[in-house]
Design a protein. Structure first.
Length: 94
């Protein structure tokens, strides 16, 4: 018997909308998938696993999220850009 196992704690939804990364400077990116616990972000800027910053974005048809604390958990290259797997310090409420 094979058991189905999920690596994620929260269901992710594919999407595409702009976001801002706030650290020493503010940088732009595009959120490609989103869950209550984190997101996948496409950006021009490289960050290392463990880097922390704050994210701000407008949810499509929803509220504006301001300065949610985030930690980089995964980094991958995607063509000339970088994909960041990001975990939120607080769970986003629907």
């Amino acid at each position: 018997m094979i058991k189905e196992m999920y690596l994620r704690r929260h269901k992710r939804k594919k999407t595409s909308f702009p976001a801002s990364i706030h650290s020493i400077v503010t940088r732009k990116g595009d959120i490609r998938d989103l869950s209550e616990g984190g997101c996948l972000m496409l950006t021009d800027y490289y960050y290392e696993v463990g880097n922390q910053f704050y994210l701000s974005f407008d949810l499509p048809n929803g509220p504006k999220i301001e300065h949610v604390k985030a930690t980089v958990r995964n980094v991958r290259k995607a063509e000339n850009k970088v994909l960041l797997g990001i975990e939120f310090s607080e769970i986003l409420k629907r």
